[in-house]
Design a protein around this ligand. Structure first.
Ligand SMILES: O=P(O)(O)OC[C@@H](O)[C@@H](O)c1c[nH]c2ccccc12
Length: 273
């Protein structure tokens, strides 16, 4: 229920950052989650690194490789979520994983464990809506929101996909893979308006967003903007400083400033309650 509440709460940044858990290491990810929580983002996407991230561009592919190097995996990401909750993080946490690690772990067990450690939602980009019905039932049983993705090509499937959406709907702004884009097709706005009209829950838009002007534009048509690659690239450029006790604070502050520049805290969610 944290997700529904966060969209309706006062003074939240309508941002949903995506970070790859374990990049550059477990402790730094925990610090980043704490920072994003302090900055009152609407939710945090915690990415489970995977060896074959087919929907990811080079920035997140590299981040996944670094995280796998650190031994990060699905069980460790669950531990990380639990550690964040134990540090008092209250921002909704959305587990982001490709389907294979979930299949290996066992979806029923995963939903139970996710609920225990304080995961509020899940995004599985390579699980088509039609194949996700059983998993969606398991998630609902544990009150974990299985967040569907829709793309501009989803067209007539949009109605069916959003009909039983929980948490929020993830609208992919452009086809192709994740990664910073300089601009977006005008048609994206109409696509977002269509999804928003059909959706019983708030909608977020992601893929390519890296600037304040992108966020401002998209918040005219959606309830939150997802930012992944731009944030991960910043962390990658500061990898050495982030893992050096003497320089970590400064590097974290630069990332905090970037989050603040991307979006102000809004008094009330733009989402119709
Ligand atoms: O990285 P970008 O362009 O800011 O897009 C968000 C994206 O990183 C995150 O939501 C995500 C990471 N991997 C994905 C795969 C599919 C859909 C979404 C994602």
């Amino acid at each position: 229920m944290r997700i529904k509440k966060a969209f309706q709460e006062e003074a939240r940044r309508r941002l949903i950052p995506f970070i790859t858990a374990g990049d550059p290491d477990f402790e730094t990810t925990l610090e980043l989650v704490g920072l994003l929580d302090e900055e009152r983002v609407t939710a945090i996407e915690l990415g489970v690194p995977y060896s074959d991230p087919l929907a990811d561009g080079p920035v997140i592919q590299a981040a996944s490789a670094r995280a796998l190097e650190q031994g990060m995996n699905l069980p460790r990401v669950l531990e990380l979520a639990e550690a964040a909750r134990n540090r008092g993080v209250t921002t909704p946490l959305v587990l982001f994983s490709y389907y294979n690690p979930i299949l290996r772990y066992g979806s029923e067990v995963l939903m139970t464990r996710a609920a225990q450690v304080g995961i509020d939602g899940m995004i599985i980009p390579d699980l088509p809506w039609e194949e996700g019905r059983e998993l969606s039932r398991q998630a609902a049983e544990q009150r974990v929101d299985l967040i569907p993705l829709v793309a501009p090509t989803s067209r007539e499937r949009i109605q069916r996909i959003v009909s039983d959406a929980k948490g929020f709907v993830y609208c992919v702004s452009s086809l192709g893979t994740t990664g910073v884009r300089s601009d977006f097709d005008q048609k994206v706005d109409a696509f977002l308006d269509t999804v928003r009209e059909a959706s019983p829950v708030p909608i977020a838009v992601g893929f390519g967003i890296s600037r304040r002007k992108h966020v401002d534009r998209f918040l005219e048509h959606a309830d939150a903007a997802v930012v992944g690659s731009a944030l991960i690239r910043m962390a990658e450029q500061r990898k050495d400083a982030l893992t050096d006790a003497d320089r970590r604070e400064d590097a974290l502050e630069e990332i905090r400033q970037f989050v603040r520049e991307l979006a102000d805290e809004r008094s009330v969610s733009v989402y119709r309650t």
